[in-house]
Design a protein around this ligand. Structure first.
Ligand code: GLU
Length: 546
């Protein structure tokens, strides 16, 4: 059998160079000892899953904490899943969460190209080498033949796949191969597995710890009939030539680990360290299940941007899922930048991470309550510009006005910072009553129209926008008394049945009239921000609605 000759016929590619050429072109990286070279290797499907961010944060932290490199590789070998503009989506969604690559697709770097489709020549070189060494061979089996084998294996409860006696093309003679080629039969290139499923090896997974790996015996496809590699083969070649030394990836790849171990061995590459992180799960009623792209909007990274979650909130929450000791650290050092936390692979969850949106909301409230007025202004404005209504966008044109609103609603200058805001979307909508174009009150007065009218008119008659907070409140008390309400809380509590209500019920009527809401920050300040004219016209509007 002349595998040398066959290699050239089976993988015809004029660009292929000797392996030494690639080894020299992509030399070992000159990095400090212990530096980790990690990557994110998404397929350009246009969909970024929360799991992508999860794995990106882990890889980014580990690389940068160790003085290493974190790069982006686009795994676009599957043309059917490819979507226009997907790389742009990958970059923009990760950038939003502050994930920075050192090199990779659409960035510079000495280990590119970083798109697998542009690396065909390299895969061909290594596939040819395997063929020459008798470690790979062409397979001409048709889909129907493979299906028949599968059926037979299922019926007889045998291990499924292309291996041993079922690997029909494994032992084709040179003549048979040449005859098939002459007949223009399509073919794939398969690995000639040397493994035995009876043999098991201990393996140290960086995340899962000590596990057992069964040897691979499958003659997996390495090059498809169009010459494009499979993920298994491409990632082995790429991670080797890009000098990756740690692969943190989803646990759905754990089942393929035996194949990868064998491929690295066959190719003569040093195996990188692997860590398989657990999937992100959620509670669905009483059961725990994987976060699903189809069922759960929160599975998509776009969800967090559209909803206006602050990137720091999402990152902080992801850290609580990623490292079991993070929350304790955050409590101890609430103001330290996230990157000062010492991320550790060993502290990553070994089984499913439970995603809880209510917990994310809590973290968000805390993060937003730590922003200054101007940071909050910029954050909300940016959200409104991308996702807000036209009216909401306009609310940010009068910066000074909005800053006053924010300062009040965030409780700045008060005794306690308010923690009302969860997201930009919710905040922008909550603030809409400060703007006439979005002020759409649904008055819910708890007293009869006559009482409300009398209270509102009484207040209008005495209102002076120059009053300070205490003068203003004295007037509200006076209106309460005029209408038979208790202005003194002690007197009210001693004999509540003697009154229709107390001064806070009167204030509530004013609040509902001016804001449409029964619960708001300080009403005097709201009236100050709205100004005299708008305050009075809103009260007029409420009276007219009675
Ligand atoms: N392209 C694979 C994926 O998107 C990458 C897995 C890996 O990180 O090696 O799941």
């Amino acid at each position: 059998m002349d595998w040398n000759k066959l290699a050239d016929i089976l993988v015809p590619d004029e660009n292929v160079k000797p392996l030494d050429y690639y080894e020299a072109l992509y030399p070992e990286r000159d990095l400090p000892k212990g530096a980790r070279v990690t990557r994110l290797a998404p397929s350009p499907t246009g969909f970024m899953h929360l799991g992508n961010l999860y794995v990106a944060i882990a890889n980014e932290r580990i690389a940068h904490q160790s003085g290493g490199v974190f790069y982006l590789r686009i795994e676009d070998t599957d043309d059917k899943r490819k979507v226009e503009g997907a790389v742009e989506v990958i970059h923009s969604s990760l950038k939003y969460f502050g994930i920075a690559f050192d090199e990779g697709a659409e960035l510079s770097g000495n280990y590119g190209p970083y798109y697998q489709r542009q690396r065909a020549e390299i895969y061909h070189a290594y596939a040819k080498d395997l063929i020459r060494r008798g470690l790979a061979y062409p397979c001409f089996c048709t889909e129907e033949e493979l299906e028949k084998t599968r059926e037979y294996q299922t019926e007889n409860k045998l291990l499924p796949g292309y291996y041993g006696e079922f690997a029909h093309c494994r032992n084709l003679s040179e003549e048979e191969i040449l005859a098939n080629l002459a007949a223009k039969k399509p073919y794939v290139i398969r690995l000639r597995s040397q493994g035995n499923v009876e043999v098991k090896h201990p393996f140290r997974d960086a995340v899962k710890g000590e596990i057992t790996v069964t040897e691979n015996n499958q003659d997996v496809v390495i090059l498809k009939s169009d010459g494009i590699p499979t993920y298994h083969f491409a990632h082995a070649v790429d991670d080797h030539l890009m000098r990756t030394n740690l692969v943190i990836r989803g646990e759905e790849w754990l089942a393929s680990l035996p194949i990868h171990i064998e491929l690295f061995k066959a190719l003569g590459f040093r195996l990188p360290e692997y860590g398989h992180n657990c999937s992100i799960q959620k509670m669905d009623g009483d059961t725990r299940r994987k976060l699903s792209k189809r069922k759960d909007p929160e599975a998509s990274l776009t969800f967090y941007r559209e909803e206006g979650y602050h990137p720091l909130a999402v990152r902080t929450y992801m850290m609580t899922l990623l490292n079991s000791n993070f929350e304790e650290w955050r409590l101890k050092f609430p103001d330290k930048p996230l990157d000062e936390f010492k991320f550790s692979i060993g502290k990553m969850g070994k089984s499913g991470a439970l995603f809880d949106i209510l917990k994310l909301n809590d973290v968000s409230k805390t993060v937003l309550s730590g922003l200054s007025e101007t940071e909050m202004f910029d954050f909300l404005k940016d959200w409104a510009e991308h996702y807000g209504s036209d009216a909401e966008k306009k609310h940010f044109s009068d910066r000074e006005y909005m800053l006053k609103v924010l300062s009040l609603c965030m409780g700045i200058g008060g005794k306690k910072r308010r923690k009302d805001f969860v997201s930009a979307k919710q905040a922008v909508s909550m603030l809409s009553y400060f703007f006439d174009d979005t002020f759409a009150p649904e008055y819910a007065f708890r007293y009869s129209p006559e009482v409300v009218r009398s209270v509102l008119e009484g207040f209008e008659a005495s209102y002076d926008s120059a009053d300070d907070s205490s003068a203003w409140f004295s007037k509200v008390k006076a209106v309460a008394e005029e209408n038979g309400f208790a202005s003194d809380m002690k007197a009210y509590k001693a004999n509540p049945d003697a009154y229709p209500g107390n001064v806070s019920d009167v204030a509530e009527m004013l609040r509902v009239a001016v804001t449409g809401l029964s619960n708001t920050p300080d009403l005097w300040t709201i009236m100050q921000i709205l100004g005299k004219e708008r305050t009075l016209s809103r009260i007029d509007g409420a009276i007219a609605s009675l």
